[in-house]
Structures are given as C-alpha cells and as structure tokens.
Write a protein that binds this ligand. Structure first.
Ligand code: MRU
Length: 352
C-alpha cells in the first residue's frame, strides 16, 4: 500500500517557515506542491479549492495565521495583536460553509487572548504550537473515526461515497474515507462506488485517485447513476463527510448529498455521515441556519476550461446542500457513533 503524500505540511520554524500544500486543482493529472509564504497565497488556495475539505481548510487556516503574523514578529505586542485580528478576519472570508475554518481561527484567536504578557516573538511561537496541535489532533480524530465507523460497514460488499473525504481533505486519513480504509483493510473485496461529484469532480479526480493509491477497488459513477446503483443492490451503505453539522444533526456537505440521503432512504440503505467534533456547530439549531456557498457560474458553463453551455445561459451553483437529520442513520465522530441522530444524543456524545 502506498501512503499518499501529506496534504498539509509546515516547512521550517515558526518565524521563517511556510505552509506547503498539494495543489488539488491539478490532481490527478499533475502533482505539484504549493509554497504558501504569504497569507494572501493561503487565502487564494482555500478560495479556489487548491486545498479543500472541511478539516483541511481549518488546519491550513491555522497555519495561515502563522504565515500572516510572521512579519509582525519584530513589531510591538499591540501591533502584533492588531495584525493577528486582521489576519483572522481576512482568512474567515475565504469560504463560508465549512465551520472547521471558523473553529480553527477562533482557536487561534482565543490562544492569543489567553496568552497575555508575552512578547511578539513569544506569542508567534505560542500560536505555532496551537496550529501544530490543531493539525495533530485532526490526524488523531481521523484515526478514531475510522475505528468507530468500521463495524458499520462490516457485511457490506459495496459502499457509495460522494465528494472527497480522505487524506486530501484532512491532515490524516480522512473522515468517511477513513472508515472505508479501515473497513477495506478487513474486507479487501469491499467495492467502493465513487460519485464523480459535479461540478468540480472531487470524487473522480481525488477520491478515485486516493483509493487507487491504496489499491482499494473503486468504481467511478456519474452522480445521476447513484439511484440506479442502489436499485441494482450494488451498495449496502452510503457514507459521506460533512462541512457543518447543526445541533439537531442536519448535515451540510457537498451538493448532491441531500439527493443521496433521499435515495438511500427510498432504498432502505443506511446513510452515514462521518465528521470530527470540529465540524459540529452547536450554536445553530438546524440546517436552515447553515450558510451555503454559491460559486461562480463558470464552474458549470465552462467545466475545466471548455465551454459546455450556451453563451449567456443562466445558472445556479450552490456548492453544498443539507441532509436532514431524519435521513441520517448515524453520525460517526472521533468520540463515538451517534445513533439515533437527535440533539440530546449529539450533546451526550460530544461532551463525553
Ligand atoms: O468544496 P469542497 O471540496 O471543500 O467540499 C468538500 C466536502 O464537501 C467534503 O465532503 C467535506 O468537507 C468533508 S471532508 C472530510
């Protein structure tokens, strides 16, 4: 088994180092590393999905704070703190739906607020430790999600997934894909059906690539084939990740997830959502309050550089949708499996 290269890496020390990412917009055709030496490069990388997936966005933003504050290291502590606020606010405007971004930025800001009496270089060091903690914790969360989720896929000969939720979307092995990796290690015959995931093809370009790297049998399908694949009995479970989960369990994920949750219900197939606790937003009651990112119409009309719709054609391009809690058989977190999906059970497991 070949391990995929790290999606996110910090190169060097806190004061002169930089964030290194894999440019995911080029995969699977080209593997190129991206040196993020300024906060503007980090912002652009998040905005344009060079780095994407809720947990990976959070970890990258935490390191983006370090990159953005390095130049303020020689300034007074009050100037350093002003710069930190600007950087946090700036990065928070990169993408709206994945709560992991705001969770990581809040954590960085809180660390600074709780670290009074330090000089600017000392505070930069303290923030760097926090960013590293966020990365390491994410890796551990992925491993735990894989362990907790694995039994839910035992007995399956086929499983369907959507978008990309693996090593490219996190600092570790992933969320939904971590469960699939763990299940496939015990059942090498497990067949994974990967939705291509229109319009940006994270399933085709990234999930199929990751599964093939690990020699796990993957069958790529167009999103519109999912219902028929279920009807034919090819999959016994659907498992996806999430970008934000409300207090009642409503889960926002890549556009197409809502339809999948309905299809799974109609075919009596369990529908699982795997996500770390950093993806839960307990400040909002339901999915109605989750901000849904709308992206450029060219993602639909000019897919990958080729015009695929008539000039001037109107479009609607929401990047995410919300699977209602009532369609979700279980939420798989690093703290355990939440089943049934109710507000009470969510709070019990997350606070455990
Ligand atoms: O627009 P993207 O590629 O960032 O969307 C990613 C997803 O929807 C993933 O399913 C989600 O972030 C979970 S990643 C472990």
């Amino acid at each position: 088994m070949t391990n995929p290269p790290p999606t996110i890496a910090w190169i060097g020390d806190a004061s002169t180092g930089h964030l290194q990412l894999i440019d995911q917009t080029l995969l699977p055709v080209e593997y190129r590393e991206l040196r993020c030496t300024t906060v503007e490069i980090v912002w652009e990388a998040i905005k344009t999905l060079r780095v994407r997936g809720a947990p990976a966005i959070g970890v990258s933003a935490a390191y983006g704070v370090i990159v953005g504050c390095q130049s303020a290291r020689s300034l007074s502590i009050s100037e350093f703190r002003d710069r930190l606020k600007q950087v946090v606010q700036y990065l928070a405007e990169s993408r709206p739906t994945a709560v992991n971004l705001f969770w990581a930025l809040d954590r960085m800001q809180r660390t600074a607020d709780e670290s009074m009496g330090l000089s600017s270089p000392e505070l930069l060091e303290r923030l760097f430790v926090e960013a590293t903690n966020i990365e390491n914790e994410d890796r551990a969360m992925c491993a735990a999600i894989g362990r907790f989720g694995k039994p839910l896929l035992s007995g399956c000969s086929g499983v369907l997934t959507h978008c990309n939720t693996g090593g490219l979307a996190t600092a570790g092995d992933g969320t939904a894909l971590a469960v699939i990796f763990a299940a496939a290690a015990e059942n090498p015959a497990l067949k994974v059906y990967a939705d291509e995931t229109r319009p940006l093809l994270q399933g085709a370009r990234l999930t199929a690539w990751e599964l093939m790297q690990r020699q796990i049998p993957v069958t790529l399908i167009c999103d519109s084939m999912a219902g028929w694949v279920m009807h034919e009995g090819r999959v016994q479970a659907v498992i996806v990740g999430a970008d934000r989960i409300a207090a009642n369990g409503d889960s926002a994920n890549k556009i197409g997830t809502y339809s999948l949750s309905i299809l799974a219900k109609a075919h009596n197939i369990p529908f699982y959502v795997a996500a770390p606790s950093s993806t839960f937003d307990l400040t909002i009651e339901s999915g109605k309050q989750i901000p849904i990112e709308e992206r450029a119409s060219t993602e639909i009309t000019h897919s990958f550089g080729r015009q695929t719709a008539p000039e001037g054609c109107g479009t609607y391009n929401p990047a995410f949708d919300v699977a209602p809690a009532t369609h979700i058989s279980a939420l798989i977190t690093e703290k355990g499996v939440i089943q049934p999906v109710t507000s009470t059970r969510i709070r019990e497991v997350l606070q455990s």
